[in-house]
Every structure is written in structure tokens, then in C-alpha cells.
Design a protein around this ligand. Structure first.
Ligand code: HEC
Length: 146
């Protein structure tokens, strides 16, 4: 074969142009001086919407406030089921807990407790939370898990 490599390349390009009636060769056949254009950055993809940590905010203001507390102070363990922390929405993990009643569950969350699967620190380890903030977070978690 004595044909220079450029020839089949060109004829493919010409065939292509003839077949499709393109004015410019397709990007893959561009010559070096077209590189700048070819290398132009594609327009940035729209930034992905920030995924909510747990779910959409509930309509009930107490539950919505609870979700904010939960995302900031409780999700670290509970969203990952760390050390057995029950994940909101995991009905199996909550079905034995909910019958205790919201009051008992809330008190245990305020005081902390050693349970069968792990240790829940008082106020989730965030002493700066008010009792109301913790109880809102508990209400949010329980509501999501019923
Ligand atoms: C350091 C990890 C950790 C953090 C942070 C944490 N928890 Fe927990 N939580 C646990 C674990 C572990 C359990 C399960 C304990 C068991 O039953 O053995 C638990 C259990 C619970 C329960 C179930 C109580 C019951 O009676 O069964 C509630 C409600 C709860 N946590 C609320 C919260 C709230 C509200 C926050 C944030 C203010 C929080 N937790 C932060 C580890 C954590």
C-alpha cells in the first residue's frame, strides 16, 4: 500500500459531505486549525439541585422545624442508621418504639439512653438544643415513621 494515510481520510470526509450535504466537515474530521473551536468548553450543565438531606419539608410548622433540627443534629447518626439509630421512615425500626408514646420517646431523647442496639446521647449530643427543638425533631422522626 503506497496510499498516504491522508487520502482515505479525505475521501471519507468527502463522501460524508456529499451524502449529508454538510457545509463543514463533522467535528471528528476537523483539521488542526479548527481545534480552538472544537476545544471550546461545552456549556456548563445546569447545577444539580441540592438534594434535601432527608425529604421535603413537612407542611406542619412544628414538623418542619423538627426537620431542620433533625438535619443539623440528628441525621448524622439516624440517616445512616449509625450504631442502630433508627432511620426516620424505616417502619420496621420504629414499629417497636412508637407504641411507647411520643412523650416517653421524647423524654428518652432529651435524657439519652442505652438501648438494645446502641447509645442515644442526651439531645443527640448537642446540649445547645432546647427541649422544644429536640421534641420537634422527635415528632418529625416519629411522624415520618408511622
Ligand atoms: C451519636 C449518634 C446519635 C445522634 C447524633 C442522635 N441519635 Fe438518636 N439514637 C441513636 C441510637 C444509637 C439510637 C438507638 C438506641 C437503641 O434503641 O438501642 C437512637 C434512638 C433514638 C430515638 C428512639 C427512641 C426510642 O424510644 O426508641 C429517638 C426518638 C432519637 N434517637 C432521637 C434523636 C434526636 C431527636 C436526635 C437529634 C437531636 C438524635 N436522636 C441524635 C443515636 C443517635
Amino acid at each position: 500500500m503506497t496510499m498516504k494515510p491522508i487520502l482515505p481520510f479525505l475521501s471519507v470526509g468527502l463522501l460524508f459531505l456529499g451524502a449529508c450535504g454538510l457545509e463543514k466537515p463533522p467535528a471528528s474530521l476537523k483539521f488542526p486549525d479548527d481545534k480552538k473551536e472544537a476545544a471550546a468548553p461545552a456549556p456548563d450543565a445546569a447545577p444539580a439541585a441540592a438534594a434535601p438531606a432527608a425529604s421535603e419539608a413537612p407542611a406542619d410548622p412544628k414538623l418542619a422545624a423538627g426537620k431542620t433540627v433533625y438535619d443539623a443534629s440528628c441525621a448524622g447518626c439516624h440517616e445512616a442508621s449509625m450504631m442502630g439509630a433508627p432511620k426516620p421512615g424505616d417502619k420496621a425500626a420504629w414499629s417497636a418504639r412508637i407504641p411507647q408514646g411520643l412523650e416517653v420517646i421524647t423524654k428518652k431523647s432529651l435524657d439519652g439512653f442505652q438501648g438494645k442496639v446502641g447509645m442515644m446521647p442526651a439531645k443527640g449530643g448537642n446540649a445547645s438544643l432546647t427541649n422544644e427543638q429536640v421534641s420537634s425533631a422527635v415528632a418529625f422522626m416519629v411522624d415520618k415513621s408511622k
